[in-house]
Design a protein around this ligand. Structure first.
Ligand SMILES: C[S@@+](CC[C@H](N)C(=O)[O-])C[C@H]1O[C@@H](n2cnc3c(N)ncnc32)[C@H](O)[C@@H]1O
Length: 223
């Protein structure tokens, strides 16, 4: 089991591995629909910081599909970082940097990066304490250039309710592993937090298996 700097469990989805390259069945299923929405809404050029890259399969897929973008993937988990680097080498991707070890629950994490066009985090904020969601959104808002975009993917509650029995069961299983984890509420928790940080909602796209892609844009100035 992986641990973060406080000795808390870091959640990793089910994975298999070939040498350092790890395979996530969920990433294999959802990387194509995620890439489709990512390409629709995210900037076409510039730099994208990825938070909680996991095995690195998403960033490899996105980087192969968007050669005009440079990706800075990362994960606090060392084995995940080895997998990210191994996938980058396996696909000979020249637009993916070596993985960073950023934990977005650490205040000021964004200072490790230059202002960028995009931040992406897939399947992370429900499987970490809320401090990670807060740190991701507030840090991304500080890091993004004006009109830069934040892309989130995962299950969400809407206006206090689960959108499917499978998400409700998943939420219960997350909370049984760690009471600080759980499916976040897009309307009550995430959109207000983003708005308070200077990020406006751009799009909510329904995805397979009752997940959502959610896109925010950094406002030009405070309103
Ligand atoms: C369920 S996995 C998802 C991995 C990958 N994005 C995917 O969808 O296949 C969640 C990932 O978030 C990372 N993570 C957890 N807490 C984090 C934090 N505070 N900051 C950055 N990454 C974190 C974990 O190490 C793990 O690799």
């Amino acid at each position: 089991m992986s641990k973060d700097r406080n000795g808390e469990e870091i959640a990793l989805e089910a994975r298999t591995a070939t040498a350092a390259r790890m395979f996530s069945p969920s990433a294999a299923r959802n990387r194509a629909p995620i890439a489709e929405v990512f390409l629709k809404y995210m900037p076409g050029s510039g730099t994208i910081v990825e938070v909680g890259s996991g095995t690195g399969e998403h960033v490899a897929h996105l980087a192969a599909a968007a050669r005009s973008l440079s990706f800075l993937p990362g994960d606090p988990d060392e084995a995940s970082r080895a997998s990210i680097a191994a996938w980058t080498a396996f696909h000979q991707l020249t637009n993916v940097a070596p993985p960073h070890a950023i934990d977005v629950a650490t205040s000021g994490w964004q200072a490790a990066f230059s202002p960028c066009e995009g931040v992406v985090s897939i399947n992370m904020i429900h499987i970490a304490p809320f401090a990670a969601a807060r740190g991701l959104i507030e840090g991304a808002a500080a890091l993004l250039k004006p009109e830069g975009r934040l892309f989130l993917y995962g299950p969400f509650r809407r206006n206090g309710a689960h959108t499917a029995p499978s998400n409700e069961a998943f939420d219960a299983s997350l909370k049984s592993r760690n009471p600080a984890w759980g499916v976040r509420d897009l309307d009550i928790e995430i959109i207000p937090l983003a708005a308070a940080s200077g990020l406006s909602l751009v799009a909510i796209e329904e995805m397979p298996a009752n997940n959502l892609s959610v896109v925010f844009e950094k406002r030009l100035r405070a309103i």
